[in-house]
Design a protein around this ligand. Structure first.
Ligand SMILES: Cc1cc2nc3c(=O)[nH]c(=O)nc-3n(C[C@H](O)[C@H](O)[C@H](O)COP(=O)(O)O)c2cc1C
Length: 352
């Protein structure tokens, strides 16, 4: 996995599309932290996992180690370790510097956030607001590529506010492609920067998968067939399958986080392997919790990502209660996970 981290991309040659991107878990602030990614990696060993967004300035001036320390579980299988660092920023020099600082943490790729509509992000004039300035986004991508030999991708929306998504999305993508971007992820809805909260912006502007599929067809027919992943509202196998028929990858956000058992099933289907076994996952999580607690973590900060695992099963309520309430006790250890898992299975057997 160790690469030459001192040099930049030699030119605008696009780097190969990693198979891990066929199914990815979206960047989600406060959700996809390193504990969550450890859990998701067990459930979906071959999928691409995105970090929460980290701003370039937080890396340059903040607690860098705390922000960037991740988990690269199996150094012998780098292809199974696709963790992508999502960056926020609008200054080419700052982004390049942040990447140079992040290189030794061994993320597989870097992604630029051009989709987040929050006020905090808008006041820094990055995130979704950048959709109005494709030339600047192109400069940001070029600067990012100049700081690494690893792939650089952009996650964007169909447009913002009253933009005409037919024309402006094409212009946006074509400009970014010119900069040598390796992969685009498109959240298939607009962002409305005035009047909607970030949460509303994930549901209210309507999804338009056909716009993304149309874009991919146009690119595939031309000279520059860049890999495209689609994101937004994927929550069942039928739609994931359909998505993969049209584009190169499907990115899943809330459904993967809220229903992690389904993530395991989808990952097995996409990557054609046996679904991971719950006993193995829970034993690994319990061991992981013990190791993390020994280093100062609290059990609740790990188990809070696991609450949805039992959804739809008898005993789900008790599972959630144990892993949310009992896990708050500072004396709790990984054994609580083992115990909760055993009692979930017991209830299941009794009900059968
Ligand atoms: C809690 C939460 C936090 C999010 N944080 C980010 C973020 O840091 N960066 C980003 O690009 N998108 C962020 N998003 C948006 C998701 O990446 C994704 O685009 C969106 O949820 C739509 O996908 P879904 O319908 O599969 O959830 C966030 C979404 C949620 C629910």
């Amino acid at each position: 996995m160790t690469q030459d981290i001192t040099s930049s991309h030699p030119d605008k040659t696009r780097l190969p599309f990693a198979p891990a991107h066929r199914l990815s878990v979206a960047p989600m602030m406060d959700w996809t932290d390193r504990h969550c990614r450890y859990f998701h990696r067990l459930l979906a060993p071959k999928a691409a996992l995105y970090t929460e967004m980290v701003t370039a300035d937080a890396i340059r001036f903040g607690a860098r180690d705390r922000l960037l320390n991740g988990h690269h579980m199996d150094q012998d299988k780098p292809d199974d370790n696709a963790i992508i660092l999502q960056l926020g920023g609008a200054d080419p020099v700052a982004l390049a510097e942040a990447i140079a600082m992040a290189e030794s943490y061994d993320y597989a790729e870097y992604n630029l956030n051009v989709g987040c509509p929050s006020d905090r992000v808008q006041s820094g004039r990055f995130g979704a607001a950048l959709m109005a300035d494709p030339v600047l986004v192109g400069e940001l991508v070029s600067a990012m590529r100049s700081a690494t030999r690893r792939p650089v991708s952009v996650k964007c929306r169909l447009g913002i506010d009253d933009m005409d998504t037919e024309q402006t999305l094409d212009r946006f993508i074509d400009t970014i492609i010119e900069s040598g971007v390796d992969h685009m992820i498109i959240h298939a809805r607009k962002a409305w920067l005035n009047g909607l909260s970030p949460k509303e912006n994930r549901d209210i502007p309507p999804l338009d998968y056909d716009r993304v599929y149309g874009l991919k067809s146009r690119l595939a027919a031309g000279a520059d067939d860049i890999p495209i992943s689609i994101n937004g509202g994927f929550s069942d196998w039928h739609h994931i399958r359909m998505g993969l028929d049209h584009v190169d990858g499907v990115m899943i956000g809330r459904a993967a986080y809220q229903q992690p058992a389904k993530l395991a099933v989808w990952a097995a289907q996409v990557f054609d392997h046996e679904p991971v076994d719950g006993d193995t996952v829970m034993a690994a999580m319990a061991d992981y919790a013990d190791a993390e607690i020994a280093n100062g973590a609290r059990l609740i900060s790990i188990t809070r990502h696991m609450l949805g695992f039992a959804n739809g099963r008898k005993g789900a309520k008790r599972w959630r209660r144990t892993l949310s309430e009992d896990a708050r006790d500072p004396a709790s250890r990984g054994d609580l996970i083992r115990m909760a898992w055993d009692s979930l299975n017991q209830e299941h057997e009794e009900a059968a």
